[in-house]
Design a protein around this ligand. Structure first.
Ligand SMILES: [Zn+2]
Length: 122
């Protein structure tokens, strides 16, 4: 992969990481504020489900941050942009759209088809 492309992808990943980090800060602030503003039990129930929702989002954010870190590490060790399933190069366009991906479009489609099948069977 071209150095220029790698640099661009690294920038994308770092930007995404910063975005997630600032969002995580905001979420924590929101949670403390809300607790004081809703002393009523009904509101507290709403707050509780909001909180679960928030925690789910944060969990997803945390996973995404992990993926971003892994992607950055792969850029540094030179394995970035190679499909971990088949070893083929992942298309640049796909990487730009989804820089944390570790699968080429073919393997990703296969994986999704398998997952759909599994879900259908259970
Ligand atoms: Zn592949």
């Amino acid at each position: 992969m071209k150095q220029r492309d790698l640099k661009q992808l690294k920038k994308l990943l770092n930007e995404k990481m910063e975005e997630l980090l600032s969002e995580a800060d905001r979420t924590v602030d929101g949670m403390t504020d809300a607790k004081e503003n809703f002393p009523d039990p009904t509101d507290r129930a709403t707050l509780e489900s909001n909180r679960n929702f928030t925690l789910r989002i944060r969990d997803r954010e945390r996973k995404l941050m992990g993926k971003i870190k892994e992607a950055l590490a792969r850029i540094d060790d030179g394995t970035y942009g190679t499909c971990e399933e088949c070893g083929e190069r992942i298309g640049l366009e796909r990487l730009m759209a989804r820089p944390v991906t570790t699968l080429c479009i073919d393997c990703k489609s296969l994986q999704e088809a398998r997952e759909r099948k599994l879900r259908g069977a259970s």
